[in-house]
Design a protein around this ligand. Structure first.
Ligand SMILES: [Zn+2]
Length: 204
């Protein structure tokens, strides 16, 4: 079968949009409980990407993510553990992450001490893990907001990669693990329409 063509990625905005569009495709397939990507999921991805590029569509606000966070049971956003929880900065404070509630999540002691001041994607890559869809969505929105606030969205990706940013743009995923290895959320609330999922690789 012909593989869908990867679009041209020139700017920081394109790079984030393609990652976000791939995330939306995975989200849609998981919500549909589909074992593989269907045509509709590819269409969601391409429409969202071109809409974000043209400015006719926008990433949804962090409001939904906040709502989920407030109604979710108390558990670590990385592994689902309920043990010794504390607040973690998704984009580390030491690297310029804000103290806003958007940037704050719950993490267990094991994840917190393992991650420390590292970027979430950098830390997960080292552990050969992949974040849940909802956690990554929040992260991408924070990255997009930072880039927007700092006029980075329209600059060339190659230039931005040379800069010292609070996150590593090169780690934003364009290719996702197979659907069977992805989870929407480590521990969704009962009231939430998502199926309960356990992180595929709990930290040791
Ligand atoms: Zn944890």
């Amino acid at each position: 079968m012909k593989k869908p063509r990867k679009p041209d990625i020139d700017t920081v905005g394109d790079h984030i949009a393609w990652s976000y569009a791939n995330l939306a495709r995975a989200d849609a397939a998981l919500q549909d409980e589909s074992a593989s990507y269907q045509r509709i999921h590819h269409i969601i991805r391409s429409k969202l990407f071109s809409g974000l590029k043209k400015g006719t569509m926008a990433m949804r606000s962090l409001y939904d993510d906040e709502r989920i966070k407030m109604t979710a049971p108390k558990a670590c956003c990385y592994c689902g553990s309920e043990d010794k929880l504390s607040v973690d900065h998704l984009i580390p404070r030491i690297r310029g992450g804000a103290d806003d509630s958007d940037n704050l999540i719950l993490a267990c002691r094991a994840c917190n001490s393992s991650k420390q001041g590292r970027d979430m994607l950098e830390w997960m890559k080292k552990k050969e893990a992949f974040p849940s869809i909802l956690l990554l969505r929040r992260y991408l929105k924070l990255v997009a907001r930072y880039c927007d606030d700092n006029d980075l969205l329209s600059i060339a990706l190659s230039d931005a990669l040379q800069r010292d940013l609070p996150f590593d743009l090169s780690l934003l995923p364009h290719v996702f693990p197979p659907l069977a290895e992805l989870s929407l959320w480590v521990c969704p609330p009962d009231a939430h329409p998502l199926k309960p999922q356990v992180a595929s690789r709990p930290p040791t």
